[in-house]
Design a binder for this molecule. Structure first.
Ligand SMILES: [Zn+2]
Length: 487
């Protein structure tokens, strides 16, 4: 069919049919541009994303994978999509290997002085067997694969390790997980990771620990770790800790929420995605409530404007991102027959900050076509294409599946301070950035869904392995796709 069209154009290159084709292409392009203006206008004049985010943050709040909060969030998203006219909107369930309840965690120094400590629990780590009183040891920068003679002194102790991570990149996650295993094997009672959050805040995450960490892994405020170290310089220190986490008795159930905006041709699709699960020290507003609100509002704007793109745009809301990208992995499994026909996946999990463009995760072959397709974002300053590759969100699943995956990239500002801490609240989310990101995600999806050509193909397993090696992601891939780490 395509070949035939080319022949006709060549034969009548100078004739009237060519002129007609030109004008119809021009009018199509103009209609496309007009739609882009309407999308951007609606993104800025509607307050839908912020209203949804307020409801999500204030009525549900933290929503750990497998929890009631996570189920309520899925129901809220589903209802919003149905109310907007997405009659096909639905949930897709999948199995979780383990569920986990976040209990209170407390700690205090009992000797040589009495003082309370600011600590918190990582996710998917066991609790302590009730309150325990143990000595403290300092492992410093914690060299991996230390000889048993070094590890022996940690038996029965709470061990401080200083990974100097900012919690932003998964590059250090391997270290954390491997170290936890080595300390558990040595018989340590708990592992304390020094938090590098400001203002005495602690951090939480399950990455590298799902489906079950081998010992209690706790985050300790950097001030409190420094205090313990000063005491240790003068002599032995004993602390009392009580982490009341628990695991569910069997596997659990989670769900993604999926809705389609059908295109003229429904075979090919562009995906707009965001994860809705989050941590519970606060409201999960910036990570990733804002991303969920952006994708939902983009969906509602397309419906409101009655836009029918050339190809289908599918909106997918994942759970389980914070564990092992369980939701996106389940999506890939369930939709394996549609992956070849997915033109691009646009994921947002960067918080509401000034958007700059998209990461394409090492896919040099996509660079040129992507620059072209993202041109409509130039006036909004978000048309940059970055080759940087990371496994920091659900993009990892799509990288591994060989699909063209785009992650919104921003000027991160104070993202790190809010990330998985007590200050990830609605109050701090910048409404203007939410609107701008709504415009950007919607326009990107529209541009790719409407384009005549795809940005590039889905690549095969051998090319994926080459990409993982070239981008330095191979060690993380091995960790996360190992047999013991199954979603
Ligand atoms: Zn996130």
């Amino acid at each position: 069919m395509r070949r035939l069209t080319v022949v006709i154009l060549l034969v009548f290159a100078a004739g009237p049919i060519s002129a007609q084709t030109d004008s119809s292409t021009a009018s199509k392009r103009q209609a496309g541009d007009e739609n882009i203006s309407r999308i951007v206008g609606h993104s800025f004049t509607s307050n839908g994303a912020m209203e949804f985010l307020e409801t999500l943050a204030d009525t549900i709040g933290g929503r750990i994978t497998g929890s009631d909060g996570s189920r309520q969030a899925a129901e809220l998203i589903l209802k919003a999509l149905k109310d907007a006219g997405f009659e096909d909107a639905h949930t897709e369930e999948y199995k979780l290997s383990s569920t986990w309840q976040h209990g209170p965690t407390t700690g205090e120094v009992v000797s040589p002085v009495q003082r309370s400590l600011v600590i918190g629990s990582y996710g998917w780590v066991p609790g302590t067997p009730g309150p325990i009183e143990v000595p403290v040891e300092d492992f410093g920068a914690a060299i991996l694969d230390s000889p048993p003679s070094v590890l022996a002194r940690f038996k029965g102790s709470a061990v401080i390790v200083d990974l100097r991570s900012n919690g932003l990149s998964t590059a250090y996650v391997g270290t954390r997980a491997v170290l936890a295993k080595q300390l558990a094997k040595a018989g340590a009672a708990a592992m304390f990771i020094v938090s590098d959050k400001p203002d005495r805040m602690v951090y939480t995450s399950a990455f590298g620990f799902y489906p079950r960490a081998p010992l209690p892994v706790l985050s300790i405020a950097s001030d409190d770790a420094a205090f313990l170290r000063r005491l240790l310089e003068k002599g032995p220190v004993r602390i009392k800790i009580d982490a009341q986490n628990s695991f569910g008795s069997g596997p659990g159930v989670e769900r993604n929420v999926v809705a389609d905006l059908p295109g003229e041709d429904t075979r090919e699709k562009v995906l707009l995605t965001a994860h809705f699960d989050d941590w519970d020290p606060a409201q999960g507003a910036n990570d990733n409530g804002a991303g969920v609100a952006v994708v939902l509002e983009a969906a509602r704007i397309f419906k409101r404007l009655g836009i029918r793109p050339r190809h289908t745009i599918r909106f997918v809301f994942f759970s389980g991102e914070e564990q092992l990208s369980n939701g996106s992995r389940a999506y890939i499994e369930r939709h394996k027959n549609e992956l070849d026909d997915t033109r691009a996946v646009f994921n947002i999990d960067c918080g509401a900050h000034p958007p700059l463009g998209f990461r394409i995760h090492g896919r040099t072959d996509l660079e040129g076509p992507s620059r072209e397709l993202l041109k409509p974002l130039a006036p909004l300053g978000a048309d940059h294409v970055y080759l940087d590759a990371d496994f920091d969100s659900d993009q990892e699943t799509f990288i591994v599946a060989g699909m063209p995956i785009y992650s919104l990239w921003v000027d991160q500002r104070d993202y790190d301070a809010r990330h998985h801490t007590i200050i990830d609240t609605f109050e701090r989310v910048d409404p203007l950035m939410v609107k701008l990101e709504t415009a950007i995600m919607a326009v990107a999806a529209y541009s790719f869904a409407n384009a005549e050509k795809r940005p590039g193909p889905r690549i095969g397993p051998a090319q994926v392995q080459e990409l993982l090696k070239r981008t330095g992601l191979e060690p993380l891939y091995k960790l996360e796709y190992s047999e013991e780490n199954q979603p």
